[in-house]
Design a protein around this ligand. Sequence first.
Ligand code: M6R
Length: 615
Amino acid sequence: MCGIVGYIGTREAYPIIIEGLKRLEYRGYDSAGIAIFDGTDLKVSKTKGKVSDLEERAEKEITKHGNIGIGHTRWATHGVPNDVNSHPHLSNSGDLVIIHNGIIENYESLKQELISRGYTFKSDTDTEVLINLIEDVKIQENVKLGQAVQIALNQVIGAYAIAVFDKTKPEEIVIARLGSPLAVGVGENEFFIASDASPFLEYTKNAIYLEDEEMAIIRFHKGIKVRKIKDDSIVPAYVQELQMNLEQIEKGGYDHFMLKEIHEQPKAITDTYRGRLLRNEAIIKMAGVEDNMKKFLNANRIIIVACGTSWHAGLVAEYIFEELARIPVEVEYASEFRYRNPIIGENDVVIAISQSGETADTLAAIKLAKSKGAFVFGVCNVVGSSIARETHAGAYTHAGPEIGVASTKAFTTQITVLTLIALRLARAKGTISSSGFRQHLLELELIPKKVEEALESDAHIKMIADVYKNSRNCLYLGRGFNFPVALEGALKLKEISYIHAEGYPAAEMKHGPIALIDENMPIIVIATKKGHYEKVVSNIQEIKSRKGKIIGIVTKGDTQVRELADHIIEVPDTLESLSPLLTTIPLQLLSYHIAVLLDKNVDQPRNLAKSVTVE
Ligand code: M6R
């Protein structure tokens, strides 16, 4: 989604903003822009395309000197991606300038009102309406910028993160948030504003995260004042020290963030269970679960809400929770759940899964579940994110920053956390034997090494990718714990290579998808030794007799599928419940290599955003 960067201080704002926008590229965008006050005038440059296009354009259009500025990457919601609709937007007087993430839902009525009072609009955006509304309030009510922003936002319905400044008062920036993240980096006599901390990590580790319904007035010499948008009450600005470092958000020698993140999985999984899985003592320690054990144990059922890859992790968790802890689980798309008046109450536990912790639908589903009295537990990666704060309790995945739009390490670490929770509950409920529990702990501890082993097939997978890179369609089949992995494999291929792909439970093949099979159809079948192996082998035979091309994901040493398949990719043996942590690895690599061979933009696929902060 859109990205915001701003700076006010003693340095040149331009390079900080441009580099910051590059750091936010992963969020997904279609245009970019920047506004700098050069000491005399406000200079704006914006364009459809990438930040590199903006740099080219800015080179010709604006001076790069000035100590206050704002920049934006836009992911179009209102109005097509073009130069005019790109941010920043100016008010009619040309004095005020704004960047905005989110959607102003009542922008049309506000616009008509402003038009009736003589305002004109150049773009189709809701953002240009907002900046003129702020200007109108400022003039009509004769108030300062901060107050004008506050009054205007109280007339707005929708979601936003904004940064605004006035060229006639270039010593302050006003920011506000509702439903879209906003962080302020606090330096010595300087402030950085950004959608997340990555643009200012090299300058300061001190950050203030604005909460929903808060705004802040940032003054060059006077510091920052945080207020409630609704009633103007002062909120103490809580400065937290960031734990992230720059290395974590750089490619570290890999061609793409996605590849780096695929290879980071052994470490990420270890980081996820570190300090929680205590094998020698045969215990799992998770504060968020311990503190709320009664809620979990008395739950009628667990409802998992999530989107995309996180939803797939939720589906894997459904199998794991039911198998190990014998608790009924339902897995819901957050976007459906939030609008269908679900029957839930105090005895339900809702687990919300989200890498970014900012997904709008998941956030809304959490609020709905809370309003109905359910206990809501979050599984997030981004520390301090909106979902982490909105849930009653939770467990972080500790995967480290995930920059590639296609989720990889987020998926495996989410499964790891959910497995730990299921095992802890199983132990408390007595649904797992002591030896079974110990065996799971031992096997889980071995997973990072086994992921490393699975990653060794990289060159072989690249060769297979080359054979199938021009396919128009692809089928992914799996059963049981590995059915969601088939869905996830298909999603990975779709989103970065734009090849149509579908995931199915292998046994469903006969109920429709089999009609698609011919000699041009590659079918990736997860056929690991445990879990319906013989039945999946029968499916493979059915595919073979229809001349489909079979890529089997098999347990190391398998001979049966090797006989039938066109290609096999081996993964180490493990417990069936843990196998998704291994079978997903070759599927990630396969999509990665196909996308690279097709020369696609792997880290920033078209139309996609890393965190979807609008509905
Ligand atoms: O940040 P979240 O986990 O809430 O994001 C949910 C989805 O948008 C995300 O998983 C998306 O499907 C990924 N791009 C898939 O790779």
